[in-house]
Ligand binder design. Structure first.
Ligand SMILES: *Cc1c(COP(=O)(O)O)cnc(C)c1O
Length: 412
């Protein structure tokens, strides 16, 4: 038996530096915690990085998706098409507009929306399309934008994984009508919690800014600033979705690190591909030509028929080796709420169902050391039963007493 790690390798731990700490302390000492000059600077920097026209910082990507849908005029009676292989927030944002989410299955190789499946789901009620650039790989935007143009659909890109993603020379989040980003702690850059919308449309940008702050008139966030009290008007019933300066303070410096972190994750991706290629697991497809992958997630597929190990037993064994792992994602129709509300069944989206039941995300942070990588590889081999001299079949019959075998049995 090999030794266990001293410490648990946390999945998706953020990479923060002294500059972030200094900037947050500066905000605290300044007394300006809420939306203010740092949020404005962060929006400017983000806009410049993405070569976008307008940027609106919010407190989450979920808020960004919700407001983008509202700004697109999506509401009750409308249908919005998206992927079953996403985080529930993508779907919930649609639900909260009163519209009906409609799922189209994914391509088994890219794990992104399959344009043929999308085309089959378009009805006269379809109003918008929400492609998710899964794991950081861009969706086939040319085909999706063509469908959108033909059927007059608004395109809202869920770029939660796609900060650095590019598609044929254009940056993710600037291909559709709205691009929504997440700065949640596990994402490629973080503000703790945070989000951003990009849009080329000045009018939509003004509406989004208003909707994010109670529906108040322009610059109402300055109402307690040192210029003295200023009246404001409520123009519509908005939401409380604004980003704080405390969050932007972190984001300003995270943004400066993203290319360096991206390069490190690209190296990690190559290391993983080399190290894992001889093992009986499914590896991610290579990035497509003329695209840039954001390398947000490194996902492998555990096929029980091939390895004799179930995905859930694999997850448990990785935890036992003190390696943090993730599942992105159990397909949306596996969740009880959507089954009860929309009558969705996992088997109606067979590609997403299969991926969701086989997928495991390995640690993929730029902070990983060579020793961490070696530990991940050792844990993967252990979890696949490759350290055991006896065949997996023997273990399954209960002849072995290893924890892995017991796990296997307990998982059915
Ligand atoms: C993280 C994530 C979200 C939600 O982002 P928040 O900033 O946490 O609201 C939405 N969609 C996808 C695909 C995500 O991974």
């Amino acid at each position: 038996m090999t030794k266990k790690r001293e410490s648990f390798l946390v999945f998706g731990a953020p990479t923060l530096g002294a500059a972030e700490v200094r900037e947050v302390v500066h905000s605290l000492k300044s007394g300006w915690l809420g939306t203010g000059p740092k949020v404005t600077r962060f929006e400017e920097d983000f806009k410049a990085y993405k070569k976008a026209n307008h940027a609106i910082a919010l407190n989450s990507c979920t808020a960004a998706l919700h407001l983008s849908l509202l700004a697109a005029g999506v509401g009750p009676g409308d249908e919005v098409i998206t992927t079953p292989l996403t985080f529930c927030a993508t779907i919930n944002a649609i639900v909260h507009t009163g519209a009906t989410p409609v799922l189209a299955d994914v391509d088994p190789q890219t794990m992104n929306l399959d344009p043929a499946q999308v085309a089959a789901k378009i009805t006269p009620r379809t109003r918008a399309l929400v492609p998710v650039h899964f794991a950081g790989r861009p969706c086939p935007m040319e085909e999706l934008l063509c469908l959108a143009r033909t059927h007059h659909l608004t395109v809202i890109e869920d770029c939660a994984h796609a900060l650095e993603t590019e598609y044929r020379g254009r940056k993710a989040g600037t291909l559709g009508d709205f691009g929504c980003f997440s700065f949640y702690a596990t994402k490629n850059m973080t503000t703790g919690e945070g989000g951003m919308i990009l849009t080329p449309d000045a009018e939509a940008a003004a509406r989004l800014r208003r909707l994010g702050l109670h529906g108040l008139s322009k610059d109402a966030w300055k109402r307690f600033a040192d210029e003295g009290y200023q009246h404001y008007q409520v123009l519509e019933a908005g939401f409380k979705y604004n980003m704080m300066d405390l969050q932007a303070a972190i984001g300003l410096h995270q943004l400066q690190r993203i290319e360096r972190h991206w390069e490190r994750r690209q190296q990690l991706w190559q290391r993983y591909m080399e190290m894992l290629s001889s093992l009986p697991i499914g590896l991610p497809a290579s990035p497509e030509p003329e695209t840039r992958h954001a390398y947000h997630l490194f996902t492998v597929l555990i096929e029980e028929a091939r390895t004799g190990v179930s995905r859930d037993a694999f997850l448990a064994a990785m935890g036992e080796r003190r390696i943090g792992v993730g599942v992105h994602y159990l397909s949306v129709p596996e969740h009880v709420f959507y089954q009860q509300t929309f009558g969705w069944r996992p088997e109606d989206y067979p590609q997403a169902q299969r991926i969701g039941r086989q997928t495991v995300s390995l640690p993929f942070s730029p902070r990983l050391t060579d020793q961490d990588i070696a530990d991940v590889l050792e844990a993967v081999r252990y979890s696949l039963g490759l350290r055991f001299p006896r065949s997996l079949k023997t273990l399954q019959r209960g002849a072995g007493v290893s924890t892995r075998a017991r796990l296997k049995i307990s998982q059915g």
